[in-house]
Design a protein around this ligand. Structure first.
Ligand SMILES: Nc1ncnc2c1ncn2[C@@H]1O[C@H](COP(=O)(O)OP(=O)(O)OP(=O)(O)O)[C@@H](O)[C@H]1O
Length: 257
């Protein structure tokens, strides 16, 4: 399988704390790749460095055969990497449809400013954006809430909406930061089906998740971080039996929850 993302020697330090130390990993096109580890292991920091929210102190990323810019979130999205956040970050006062449309605007020629200018071309584009947004809401199963203000959606539906908004940027790689957090078993089961559908449609998925059952049932391969270092990377069945991994989960990390 073709390599889609390669992280080479990623380092990130916050003052005296080495949040990531020389992390290298390879994600193949079309797989669901899990990133797990105890609390404080560096998973979200890895997402933040990958998606340009933070600049790494060392190392770099190759994506789809080219170097990925660091510290530039918009360029990373434009290259085909979209993410969701551990703490949901929707436009709370906008409707579900408007949230998805906001995600799509990076792919339209006019962009967000085109809406203000509104010539014939931008109106046509706007119509297509609206149609596409409905399609994505249908895709994640919340079309009936298109006109609902997003803060009124249930927790599980807000997470699905975040995924729809991320998909609106037409990513090659979708990075999900704890998408099942706070979900009940039914919602988690539906989320698993949705992620499988996304992979089936050709989008590679990078997943941070604490729900071990979900990770083991869904991921093709898993990397484990502990105190900022990668201590294992393999198929779930092997990682689960890895001694260093078991030790990290039993004794290491911050274990805040
Ligand atoms: N902006 C920041 N400034 C200072 N320290 C930070 C910052 N972001 C993260 N850290 C620290 O870096 C370490 C790694 O944090 P990170 O959030 O990446 O871990 P995580 O594996 O995602 O944990 P969790 O599972 O709890 O979300 C932690 O010790 C955290 O306190």
């Amino acid at each position: 399988m073709k390599t889609l993302l390669e992280a080479r020697g990623i380092g990130k330090r916050f003052g005296g704390l080495q949040a990531l130390a020389d992390v290298s990993l390879t994600i193949r096109e079309g797989e669901v790749y899990g990133l797990i580890g105890p609390n404080g292991a560096g998973k979200t920091t890895f997402f933040n460095v990958l998606t340009g929210a933070y600049t790494p102190d060392g190392g770099g990323f190759a994506f789809d055969g080219g170097e990925l810019p660091t510290g530039k979130p918009h360029r990373v999205v434009a290259r085909g990497i979209a993410r969701t956040f551990q703490n949901i970050r929707l436009f709370r006062e906008l409707t579900a449809l408007e949230n998805v449309m906001a995600g799509h605007h990076i792919r339209t020629r006019a962009g967000i400013w085109g809406i203000l200018i509104q010539n014939r071309h931008t109106r046509e584009e706007e119509r297509e954006t609206t149609e596409r947004a409905y399609e994505l809401l249908r895709y994640v199963g919340i079309e009936r809430f298109a006109d609902t203000v997003s803060r009124h959606l249930s927790y599980g539906d807000q997470r699905r909406l975040e995924i729809a908004r991320a998909l609106a940027t037409e990513p090659r790689l979708l990075a999900l930061d704890e998408p099942a957090a706070g979900m009940n078993a039914t919602e988690t089961g539906r989320l698993k089906a949705l992620i499988e559908q996304i992979r089936g449609d050709g989008v590679t998925v990078l997943l941070i998740e604490h729900d071990v059952k979900l990770v083991m049932g869904l991921c093709d391969r898993v990397a484990v971080l502990d105190f900022g270092r990668k201590i294992a990377e393999d198929v779930p069945a092997v990682v689960q039996r890895d001694e260093a991994v078991i030790k990290a989960y039993l004794g290491g990390g911050k274990h805040a929850h």
